[in-house]
Each structure stands twice: as structure tokens, then as C-alpha cells.
Design a protein around this ligand. Structure first.
Ligand code: GTP
Length: 603
């Protein structure tokens, strides 16, 4: 198929606006799959997708469509919908010339619609606005067209109206792709260059890379090299996805295809990398930017006997997800474990869910934290190695306040779209989370878009959940990375009878010290089991005591409630109590059960 008859495009949409359903309809309409009689989400059901669990990574399909008697090749590039993966979204988008901006005709424009629009716009892509779900009783296409006009200056005349579920307007979408989008600006004759925009791990073939062939062609047996790692490989397999894999012996410029060349892990197949022929010099297609983890959490086996199993499960998952970083971590209370880095909270959730579901691992996950930047005061040693900046994501490693010159924390720009009746409580929430309002725009006469600068640390824990709760589920939220900003941060230590317990320390903004200090000591007083000795619980910052509580001495007699009665039951309970004690950590003669550390981390 000549280049003029190729179109590469993506569908971008807010969660649940019908992206998968539309993708399925496009596949059906072009005959790539049989009618599924209302059963949707074929793309999600593909083998690779099954192995990878959920649609967080891009998945493409090549479709043949006959338009005015001519065959066209349409490459649908599926993008992850969430901005945690915005790096991956923009990689996928760089293989396209245009996007379908899909908006629910009932819900209207939501936070991810805005974020995705700007990603596409920033990549100079053509945008085909499409309203979905026009079959719904409450659909209000006029109002949503108005929102698109206000926010993005989209002409209502250009907006297509469809129902993916009922298959209404699908042909218009396909025609618009051909009529409105340009063919790829690829070069057929040139030196081979391909952009890797997705990769996954196959047990038998190693890492597979999904790539967009920008220039030239590649055949089985060719020797190719990576611009990023400089490693060379022999091409073992080439295929296109229709949507099932079909082997081919060559791929030419303009196409999207899968290459297998015996890479041992997906770490070798980097998203954003450029592949070229080994003996040819080429300019990389884009500056390679590695995914940067933003959210960190410690992960520990429930019990040390599960350590090997958990490590195996993490290794396997990481093979498939090169964006996760893994570092060994250990704590006297929780034992040997790892500190994992994720692109965002959703990424963390998906990962831990998969650990449980696919590998039967039952780990303890500590509260997520962000990476703070700490600039140290000059000392003789620092002047020698000039290394005065520390990146700290584990409170236990936060330096002493006397050594610190200044601290910076990661910030995000958050977009919230809400019906105006919830505006008041949402603004209070943002203020409580140290947010700074950047703009408030009416997108129609009932809905408002708010843009806030927020510290990432205030967003990672429960911001999204709280926002949903206070808006009865109507507000949507999305955020993007904004880099570091100066901040007044301190480390709060928790002392038990005068001894600091590292696992309980927290990094926080100085404005939080009083309230958090009180909260923490009260919580600890409630969750630490009473002991033979009295325990003083203190929260300190920079050596000063902020809050203090005392836990009275008491021996918990688990059998107290059993009046005489059954001796065996009594023995069993005492044995359980003894076993429970073994799992405790001794701190200054106080034994703390593991649960103390986990419960205190929960907000
Ligand atoms: P994520 O994969 O979670 O991002 O969602 P998605 O955007 O892929 O949405 P999906 O296709 O899973 O559709 C979400 C829901 O909307 C499903 O329950 C669909 O059946 C429904 N839906 C999709 N299109 C239509 C439509 O045209 N009309 C109606 N009434 N419902 C639709």
C-alpha cells in the first residue's frame, strides 16, 4: 500500500467515554474481527493484553478499509488513558498524524479529555472531535459541542456524533480519518529508522517492540541497533497486528509492526528509542527520555519465608514494565524488602493488584511517598565531591536539619472539572492540600474547570478519592508533572521511651507539624498494645517535642474473658499470644507488632 493510503491515528478519551468500544466497532466494520454481538472490548481480550492484565499500555491494530474503491491501511494506536502514563501517551502519539478526541455526550469534557487534548495539540496532531453515546437519554450533544468550542476552539460543524455501542456513525469516523488526516511523513527509500513506542515480554521470544517505521524498511535477518543502548540484534521475527499477530517478512516506512530480536528483557527495549540498521549512521527520531518514577513505596513480604516468592513475582512483572524501578530496602521492623518507584499512583495500584492477582503474592505495601530534593549546607567533604544535592524518598534517610540548606518538593499542575455546585468544597480541599489556584474557567453554564498547582505529596495519597467523595463522583481530576519547587520541609521523628523508631518517621511540610504531631501520637497510643512498662510516645521535629502521650502499663490477658471453661481453648489462646509476640520488633524494651508500622502509615 502506497504511503498516501496509510493513516496512523489514536483514540484519546477520558476513562469510560467508550474508547475500547469504539476501537472494537472500527475493527468490526473493517472486517478485522467478526461481529461480537454487543460483547465489546476485543482489544482488551488479546493474548498480549491478557498477559499484561489491563489496558495501561498501548496496543495497536492495523485495519484495511475500502474508501471510494481504494484500499487504505489504517493503523489504530491504542494509548493508555491515564496521565500517569502521559510519557507513554506522547510516545504513542508521536507515531500518529492525528487523533480521535472521543467525548461522552452525557458526561461532557472531563479532566483527562483536557490533558489528552493538550498532549495531542502539543504534538501538532490533527484532531477529529467525536461525541459518543448519543443514544443515551441524557445525552446533550449541543452542550458538549459548546464546551469543546469554549475550551479548545473546536468548530461545532467539525464534531461527529456517534454511538459506539449501537454502531451508529462508525463509517463517518473512518471516512473522517481518511479525509482529514494526512498520510505519514515517512520516507520509503531512506535509511531504516523506527520509533519504539511500546514493548512487552514474551516467554518464548524475549522482549517484543512495537514500532513505527519512519523511514526505509526492515527484513527478517537484518542486523539492527538501538540508538539508546547501542546494542545490536538480529531481526528474528516481524509481524503486524490485525489485531491478532500475522507474520510478515518485511516492514516498510509508514507501517506499524512488531519486531522480535531476542532482547532478554523489556529493559532493553526502551520506549522512545530509535532502531536503525547496524552499519548505518542515523539521527535518532526523538531525544530519548526515560520514564521518571514519581511515587515510591516500600514493599515487604508478609513474612520472611515468602521473600523468594515475592522477589520472583516482582522480577516477572518488572520484565514487562520497564517503567518500574526496584531497589533493595530493609527495615528492622518489616525485614528485607524493596523500594519500588512508579510513574504515579494508578501505576502503583495496577502493579500491586497484579502482584496479588497474577502471582498470588500478598505483600505489605507502605504508604506511597514522593522524592524530595535536599540541598546540603557546604561542608569540607561536599566541596571536595561537589555533591550537595540529595534525592530522598525514604524518610529514614532524610538528613539532620543542621545539615540542610534548603528543601524542594515535586509539584504538579492539577486540572479539575466539576459541576459548579461542588465548587466551594473542592476549593477548600485544594487549599487544605496547599494548592495554589492558577485559573477557574466556566466551560458551560454549569461546569467549571479549575487549575491548581499542588504538591505531589498532597495528591498521591487520597486526593482523588476525597475529590470523588465530596463531589458525589462528578468531579474529574488529572495532573501533570511540574518539577521541583522550594518548600519548607521537616522530618518528624517518633520516639518511644526516648528511642527514635525510624520506620515511623515522616517527612512533612512545616505548616503541618502541630496537627500531624498530635494525630500521630494519638494514633500510636491507640494502636500500640499495652505492655508491662509504661511507654512515652513523643513526636519531635528538629529535636523539639511537638506532642506527647503516655500509654499506661498493662498486661493483656487474652484469656480474661473466658470464665474457667475449656482448658484446651485457654491453652490455644495463650499459645497464639506467644506466637504473636515473636513477630514483634523490640524497641527500647518495647515490643511493637508489625501491624503498628502498617496501621500508622494509613492516613
Ligand atoms: P477505559 O478502558 O476504562 O478507559 O474505558 P473506555 O474509554 O475504553 O470505555 P469502554 O469502551 O470500556 O466503555 C465504557 C462504558 O460505556 C461501557 O459500559 C460501554 O458499554 C459504554 N458505552 C460505550 N459506548 C457507548 C455508547 O455509544 N452508548 C452507550 N449507551 N454506552 C456506551
Amino acid at each position: 500500500i502506497p504511503l498516501e493510503r496509510i493513516r496512523n491515528f489514536s483514540i484519546i478519551a477520558h476513562v469510560d467515554h467508550g474508547k475500547s468500544t469504539l476501537a472494537d466497532r472500527l475493527l468490526e466494520f473493517t472486517g478485522a474481527i467478526k461481529k461480537t454481538s454487543g460483547q465489546n472490548q476485543v482489544l482488551d481480550k488479546l493474548q498480549v493484553e491478557k498477559e499484561r492484565g489491563i489496558t495501561v499500555k498501548a496496543q495497536s491494530a492495523s485495519l484495511i478499509y475500502i474508501y471510494q474503491g481504494e484500499q487504505y491501511l489504517l493503523n489504530l494506536i491504542d494509548t493508555p488513558g491515564h496521565v500517569d502514563f502521559s510519557n507513554e501517551v506522547s510516545r504513542s502519539l508521536s507515531a500518529c498524524q492525528g487523533v480521535i478526541l472521543l467525548v461522552d455526550a452525557n458526561d461532557g469534557v472531563q479532566a483527562q479529555t483536557v490533558a489528552n487534548f493538550y498532549l495531542a495539540f502539543g504534538n501538532d496532531l490533527l484532531i477529529i472531535p467525536v461525541l459518543n453515546k448519543i443514544d443515551l437519554k441524557n445525552a446533550d450533544p449541543e452542550r458538549v459541542c459548546g464546551q469543546l468550542k469554549t475550551l479548545f476552539d473546536i468548530d461545532p460543524k467539525d464534531v461527529l456524533k456517534i454511538s459506539a455501542k449501537q454502531g451508529i456513525g462508525i463509517e463517518c469516523v473512518l471516512d473522517a480519518i481518511i479525509e482529514r488526516l494526512p498520510p505519514p511523513n515517512a520516507v520509503r527509500g531512506g535509511k531504516f529508522r523506527a520509533l519504539v513506542f511500546d514493548s512487552w515480554y514474551d516467554k518464548y521470544r524475549g522482549a517484543l517492540s512495537l514500532m513505527y517505521i519512519k523511514d526505509g524498511e526492515v527484513r527478517i535477518g537484518d542486523s539492527v541497533a538501538s540508538c539508546h543502548t547501542k546494542k545490536t540484534y538480529e531481526v528474528r521475527g516481524l509481524s503486524v497486528l490485525r489485531p491478532n499477530e500475522e507474520s510478515v517478512d518485511k516492514l516498510v516506512a509508514g507501517q506499524i509492526g512488531l519486531v522480535g530480536c531476542n532482547m532478554r528483557s523489556s529493559q532493553e527495549s526502551c520506549i522512545g528509542d530509535t532502531l536503525h540498521k547496524t552499519h548505518e549512521e542515523v539521527e535518532p527520531l526523538q531525544g530519548f527520555k526515560p520514564a521518571r518514577p514519581m511515587v515510591f513505596a516500600g514493599i515487604y513480604p508478609m513474612d520472611q519465608s515468602q521473600h523468594v516468592h515475592l522477589r520472583g513475582a516482582i522480577d516477572k512483572l518488572v520484565l514487562n514494565d520497564s517503567a518500574v524501578t526496584v531497589n533493595i530496602d530493609s527495615s528492622p521492623a518489616l525485614g528485607q524488602g524493596w523500594r519500588l518507584g512508579f510513574l504515579g499512583l494508578l501505576h502503583l495500584e495496577v502493579f500491586s493488584q497484579r502482584l496479588v492477582q497474577e502471582y498470588g503474592a500478598d505483600p505489605i505495601l507502605t504508604a506511597p511517598s514522593v522524592t524530595y530534593k535536599v540541598i546540603l549546607k557546604p561542608t569540607k567533604k561536599i566541596i571536595e565531591d561537589k555533591n550537595d544535592t540529595l534525592f530522598v524518598n525514604n524518610p529514614a534517610l532524610f538528613p539532620d536539619h543542621l545539615q540542610i540548606k534548603e528543601c524542594h518538593e515535586p509539584m504538579v499542575s492539577g486540572t479539575i472539572i466539576t459541576p459548579d455546585s461542588y465548587l466551594g468544597s473542592i476549593i477548600s480541599l485544594c487549599m487544605e492540600r496547599r494548592g495554589v489556584q492558577k485559573s477557574a474557567t466556566n466551560i458551560d453554564n454549569e461546569r467549571v474547570m479549575l487549575v491548581y498547582d499542588l504538591p505531589l505529596s498532597e495528591v498521591v495519597l487520597d486526593f482523588h478519592d476525597t475529590l470523588k467523595t465530596i463531589s458525589s463522583g462528578y468531579a474529574s481530576f488529572d495532573y501533570e508533572d511540574m518539577g521541583y519547587q522550594f518548600s519548607s520541609l521537616v522530618k518528624m521523628n517518633i520516639l518511644l521511651n526516648g528511642t527514635a523508631v525510624d520506620e515511623l518517621s515522616v517527612i512533612m511540610h512545616s505548616s503541618r507539624v502541630q496537627t500531624m504531631g498530635r494525630k500521630l501520637v494519638l494514633k500510636l497510643r491507640d494502636i500500640i498494645p499495652r505492655q508491662m512498662v509504661q511507654i512515652a510516645i513523643q513526636a519531635t521535629v528538629n529535636g523539639k517535642v511537638i506532642a506527647r502521650e503516655t500509654l499506661k502499663a498493662y498486661r493483656k490477658d487474652v484469656t480474661a474473658k473466658l470464665y474457667g471453661g475449656d482448658v484446651t481453648r485457654r491453652m490455644k489462646l495463650l499459645a497464639q499470644q506467644a506466637a504473636g509476640k515473636k513477630k514483634m520488633r523490640m524497641v527500647a524494651n518495647i515490643s511493637l507488632p508489625r501491624e503498628t508500622f502498617i496501621d500508622v502509615l494509613k492516613k
